[in-house]
Design a protein around this ligand. Structure first.
Ligand code: GLY
Ligand code: MN
Ligand code: MN
Length: 474
């Protein structure tokens, strides 16, 4: 009897599963022979120069030190099924690399990417490993191809441990358990690296702005697709919109930047409603908060609240206009030198006075706006803005003085997204308001003159929203 490889193993180191057919040595040996040379000429990617400039800025801030920035690997979804891989944000910002199991090391300014190579044909990996095998998941770039594409020195991932010994080393932690374990931690120094990596992304270069514009443009198409499918939206409910938008995201981008929020009726009052298992009913509003992540992983983050029947009722229109006025006040506050908090404060001022006009506030609007009160927030709930980029909530580890308590500068991209939310069981509002949620969200680039709305191709004015729905609904 011929030798059986992997027999009796649940999950072999070669990736073989209990349900996989046995691999006789004769088959394995035969598989390793007779293949053409697979090294391909690859073009240097556009991201390469931008990433090199970012690495240079980072290295300048930590002279003489070693910085370790892993990209991460697969995460289990269930048993032997992983989530689709999405590389770590700081890693892709500094390399452009989107392959799994790679780590960037910058040692006193010298950058090397340690990467997992394409599986060779001299072992069984290429036809047996369901995570990495070329015949299972497709061809990885070779180390040479990766180096050409990214304009970086690339070495084998097996050489990484040797590169981490000795010397003053900081690690971007929480991305790779094996890299975290390989270097003794100094929480303070590592936190400082995480802060700097976040702050490096606060100002977008022109190429990044182009990527964000493209993500917004594809996102607008995804919203339009949903309206074009309105008959089936009415038939199947929220998930038809979720699925329709996802198709556009995958067809033209990389993925969704975050799980789509599709809130029909009272679901719109749940800020991150991603169950999306409800109906879409005539006469109600539906809140769509959806963003495409483009091929270079920059994401849009856009919200529109649409009248399901195609026209707003007078009450819906009045509330919608109030949120729109608040958003416009937020827009008007976005310019270089303004405080990050200014758009929020401007939008909340409009909403608090609007809520006072509706007779809902227990105190005058100006009193409710006092930072020690904020009682109006029962119906506004969240902040108005966040940075946007490779992460939907970008630059999350930046220091407060550089971000939340800082000032806006040319090249920053942020959302402006006020909302009003009247919960279905809120006894402090009239019955006709209960179960209404409205948010309008756009993505603004801070320019020398003030700002540019990257998501302006989707209408915001109520008349324009109705006209756009009438144009695209079939
Ligand atoms: N989509 C999440 C947010 O708007 O922040
Ligand atoms: Mn947002
Ligand atoms: Mn959003």
């Amino acid at each position: 009897m011929s030798e059986q490889i992997g027999q009796g193993e649940q999950t072999g180191t070669d990736g073989t599963e209990s349900h996989d057919p046995k691999v006789p040595a004769a088959w394995a040996a035969f598989m390793r022979t007779g293949w053409a040379d697979r090294e391909a000429a690859v073009a240097r990617r556009e991201v390469a120069d931008h990433a090199a400039a970012r690495r240079a800025r980072l290295a300048e801030m930590f002279p003489g030190e070693r910085l370790v920035i892993p990209g991460g690997g697969y995460k289990v979804r269930a048993n032997d099924t992983d989530y689709r891989f999405r590389v770590d944000t700081a890693h892709v910002h500094l390399t452009g690399n989107q392959t799994t199991d790679a780590t960037l090391v910058i040692d006193d300014g010298e950058a090397v990417l340690y990467a997992r190579p394409r599986s060779g044909r001299e072992t069984d990996e290429f036809f047996r490993d369901r995570q990495y095998g070329e015949l299972w998941v497709g061809k990885r770039p070779s180390l040479g191809e990766l180096s050409e594409a990214l304009g970086l020195e690339v070495r084998h991932a097996d050489d990484l441990p040797a590169a981490l010994g000795g010397g003053k080393t900081r690690v971007h932690r929480g991305v790779s358990a094996s890299v975290d374990a390989a270097v003794e931690g100094d929480a303070g120094r590592d936190d400082e690296l995480a802060r700097v990596l976040s702050e490096l992304r606060l100002i977008k270069d022109d190429w990044e702005v182009g990527q964000l514009q493209e993500a917004c443009d594809i996102t607008a198409l995804g919203f339009q697709d949903s309206v074009e499918e309105w008959e089936r939206v009415l038939q199947y409910g929220e998930r038809w919109i979720e699925g329709t938008f996802f198709r556009r995201a995958r067809a033209m981008g990389n993925d969704l930047g975050y799980d789509s929020i599709v809130g029909g009726g009272a679901h719109a009052t749940v800020l991150h409603w991603i169950d999306n298992d409800g109906p879409i009913e005539p006469g109600t509003l539906v809140l769509l908060d959806m963003g495409v992540e483009g091929r270079e992983l920059y994401t849009a983050d856009v919200t529109r609240t649409l009248p399901v029947s195609g026209t707003f009722t007078p009450l819906q229109r009045e509330l919608y206009q109030l949120v729109l006025d608040a958003q416009q006040a937020g827009f008007d506050a976005v310019r270089p030198g303004a405080r990050f908090a200014d758009p929020h404060e401007a939008a909340m001022r409009v909403l608090a006075h609007g809520l006072e006009g509706l007779g809902l506030l227990p105190v005058p609007a100006e009193e409710a706006l006092d930072p020690e009160s904020k009682v109006y927030s029962r119906w506004t709930l969240h902040g108005t803005s966040h940075m946007l980029g490779l992460d939907v909530h970008d630059c999350g580890r930046a220091a407060p003085e550089a971000y939340a308590q800082g000032t806006l500068a040319e090249g920053m991209v942020l959302t402006v997204e006020p909302g009003l939310y009247f919960q279905a069981d809120d006894l402090l509002v009239p019955e006709e308001l209960r179960g209404i949620g409205i948010r309008i969200e756009d993505d603004l680039l801070v320019t020398a003159e003030g700002h540019r709305n990257l998501s302006a191709s989707l209408p915001r004015e109520p008349d324009a929203v109705e006209a756009w729905m009438a144009e695209h609904r079939r």
